[in-house]
Design a protein around this ligand. Structure first.
Ligand code: BG6
Length: 510
C-alpha cells in the first residue's frame, strides 16, 4: 500500500449533502482500511453555524449514511476518526477574510504535527470556486511553498465552452494547473477504469478495436429516478450538461483513445484530450436535426403509482424545454474510427438503472451458413458499467442437430465473482488518488474544454434553432417513440435489462 503523506483536508460547503453522503463516508472507509496517514485532520468549512461537536455528530457519529460502517467499526474507531474532524464557520459568506482559517491551519500544524500539506475540496456552487481560490491565495494558503496544496472541484465545470474557459482561467490565477483536480465520479468506478485494462492489457481486443471490425458503438446511461428534489438545478442543466458532457464523454474518450505509452497520468490524459478533440463537431442544422434527439418525461402511472411529469417537478418551470432524455449520434474523425457511428443516450425515468457500452462488430463478410438466421446475431462486446458489473461477449454457436443453424451464446465475466477484493466506492478511490497526488482519474482543463467544444453546438441548436422537436415519453419506457430513428439503417437500441445477460427488450419497471 502506498504511504500517504500527512495532510489537512479542508472541505468547503461542509454542511451540504455531498459531504455527509459521499465525502465523509469515503474518508471514513479510507481510515478504516488503514489508508489515512498517522497525522491527518479534516476541517469542514461553510456558512452554517455549527461547532466541532455538532459537525462530528452530523457527519460521523449520528450519520444515517454511515449506519453500517458504524456498526462494523471496532475499538472506538468511529470516535477516534471523529476526533480528527473540526468545523470552521465562515460567517455569512465565502468572500470574507480567511485570516481566521489560516490561524486554524497553523494551530493544527502544531497540535497534530502536520507539515503544511493541504487538500481543499470545493463542494460549493461553482459560482464560488474562483472566490474561494482567490481568498485562499490572499491568505497565503495556495502556494506549494511550505507543503503542497491541491484543489478538488466538483462538476459542473462550466455551463458552456465559454464559461468553462473562464472558470479554468479564474482558478489558474491562484492555483497551478497541476494543483487542480476536477473530479468526475464516473472515473472512480472500477468498471470505467477497466475499459483501459480491457483494451490495453489484452491482445485479443485491440487488433479488432477499429473501423475494420467495429460496425458501431452504443452507450446507454439510464436512470429510473426522475429529477427528485434537484429540479431547480436540473432545469438549468438538462441531461446533456448533467451527464453527457462529463461522465459519458469521459467513457467515450476511454473507448476511442489511442494506446498511451504508459500509465503515467499525463500519458493517459494526453491521449484522452486527443481523443476528445477528434470528435466531429456538428455544425449545420441538418446534421444536428438528424443526429440528436431530446425529450422530456411526462406524467404517467407505473405499477399503480402516479408519477409526476418533469414540468410538474418542484423547481422546474412549467413550460420548461429542458431535456431529461438526450440521444446523440456522432463520428470520430481519425484513422481508427472513420465512418464508425457512435450512439450515446442518457435519460431519467427509464425502465431501469443501467450504464453499458456495446461494441457491435461487423457481420462476417461472407455468409457461409445461409439458413443460419444470423441476422442480428453479430458479435457484440458488452461492457457493463453498472449494475451487475461485468463483461459479456456474444458469439455464434452451432445449434446441435442437422445443418448449420447458428444461435447466439454468451461468454461472461462478473465482478461479483472477485469476492476476495472489496471494491472501493468511486469517491473513496478518487479522494485516495488526490491525497496521494495521482491525477490520472481527474479531468484536465483542456479535456473539459474539448468536451464542451463538442457539446456547445448541440446545446445552441436545441436552444436557438426554430422547430427543434422536444418529444415526450412516459416513465418506464425507453424514451420517445422515435428513439430508434437515430439508429438509421441499423435498427434499434439494445435496451438492456437489470442483469448483464438479459436480452434486449427485457424490461424491469422499478
Ligand atoms: C450525477 C448527476 O453527476 O450523476 C445526476 O448530476 C445523476 O443527475 C448521477 O443521477 C448518476 O450517477 P450514478 O453513479 O448513480 O450513475
Amino acid at each position: 500500500m502506498k504511504k500517504m503523506e500527512d495532510q489537512l483536508v479542508v472541505i468547503f460547503g461542509a454542511s451540504g449533502d455531498l459531504t455527509a453522503r459521499k465525502l465523509i463516508p469515503a474518508l471514513f472507509n479510507l481510515y478504516l482500511e488503514g489508508y489515512m496517514p498517522e497525522n491527518f485532520v479534516i476541517l469542514g468549512a461553510s456558512r452554517s453555524d455549527l461547532g466541532d461537536v455538532d459537525f462530528r455528530k452530523k457527519v460521523v457519529l449520528e450519520s444515517d449514511y454511515l449506519k453500517n460502517e458504524l456498526q462494523d467499526a471496532k475499538d472506538g474507531q468511529a470516535q477516534k476518526f471523529a476526533d480528527r474532524l473540526f468545523y470552521e464557520d465562515l460567517g455569512g459568506s465565502y468572500d470574507g477574510d480567511y485570516g481566521k482559517l489560516r490561524n486554524r491551519v497553523e494551530s493544527f500544524k502544531q497540535e497534530f504535527g502536520l507539515t503544511g500539506n493541504i487538500m481543499y475540496y470545493l463542494s460549493t456552487p461553482p459560482t464560488l470556486y474562483e472566490t474561494i481560490a482567490c481568498k485562499l491565495s490572499e491568505a497565503g494558503l495556495s502556494s506549494d511553498n511550505s507543503g503542497w496544496k491541491r484543489l478538488i472541484v466538483e462538476k459542473p465545470f462550466g455551463y458552456s465552452l465559454e464559461t468553462a474557459k473562464k472558470l479554468n482561467s479564474g482558478l489558474q490565477k491562484y492555483f497551478k494547473e497541476d494543483q487542480i483536480y476536477r473530479i468526475d465520479h464516473y472515473l472512480g468506478k472500477e468498471t470505467v477504469q477497466n475499459l483501459l485494462v480491457t483494451r490495453f492489457a489484452n491482445t485479443i481486443f485491440e487488433p479488432l478495436w477499429n473501423r475494420n471490425y467495429i460496425h458501431h458503438v452504443e452507450i446507454t446511461n439510464a436512470e429510473s429516478v426522475g429529477v427528485g428534489s434537484r429540479g431547480g438545478y436540473y432545469d438549468k442543466s438538462g441531461a446533456l450538461r448533467d451527464m453527457f458532457q462529463n461522465h459519458l464523454l469521459q467513457i467515450v474518450s476511454l473507448i476511442i483513445m489511442e494506446p498511451p505509452i504508459g500509465d503515467a497520468p499525463e500519458e493517459i490524459r494526453n491521449e484522452k484530450v486527443k481523443a476528445l478533440k477528434s470528435l466531429r463537431i456538428m455544425k449545420d442544422e441538418e446534421t444536428l436535426y438528424d443526429h440528436t434527439i431530446r425529450a422530456q418525461y411526462v406524467a404517467s402511472e407505473v405499477e399503480g403509482e402516479q408519477l409526476k411529469g418533469y414540468r410538474e417537478e418542484d423547481g422546474v418551470d412549467d413550460e420548461s424545454t429542458t431535456e431529461t432524455y438526450a440521444a446523440i449520434k456522432f463520428y470520430v474523425d481519425n484513422w481508427r474510427w472513420k465512418d464508425v457511428p457512435f450512439y450515446v443516450r442518457t435519460a431519467k425515468r427509464m425502465p431501469t438503472k443501467v450504464t453499458e457500452v456495446v461494441i457491435h462488430f461487423n457481420t462476417p463478410p461472407h455468409q457461409i451458413f445461409k439458413d443460419s438466421g444470423i441476422n442480428n446475431k453479430d458479435n457484440k462486446l458488452i461492457i457493463r458499467i453498472q449494475p451487475d458489473e461485468g463483461i459479456l461477449i456474444k458469439f455464434g454457436v452451432k445449434v446441435p442437430g442437422q445443418g448449420f443453424k447458428v444461435e447466439r451464446a454468451n461468454l461472461d465475466f462478473y465482478y461479483s465473482s472477485l469476492t476476495e477484493t472489496r471494491v472501493m466506492q468511486a469517491y473513496e478511490r478518487l479522494l485516495l488518488d488526490a491525497m496521494q497526488g495521482d491525477a490520472t482519474l481527474y479531468a484536465r482543463a483542456d479535456e473539459v474544454e474539448a468536451a464542451w467544444e463538442f457539446v456547445d453546438p448541440i446545446l445552441d441548436y436545441w436552444k436557438n434553432a426554430k422547430d427543434v422537436p422536444l418529444y415526450g415519453y412516459a416513465a418506464g419506457v425507453w424514451g420517445p417513440e422515435n428513439a430508434d430513428d437515430l439508429i438509421d439503417g441499423i435498427g434499434f437500441w439494445r435496451n438492456p435489462g437489470k442483469n448483464l445477460a438479459d436480452d434486449p427488450g427485457y424490461c424491469v419497471i422499478c
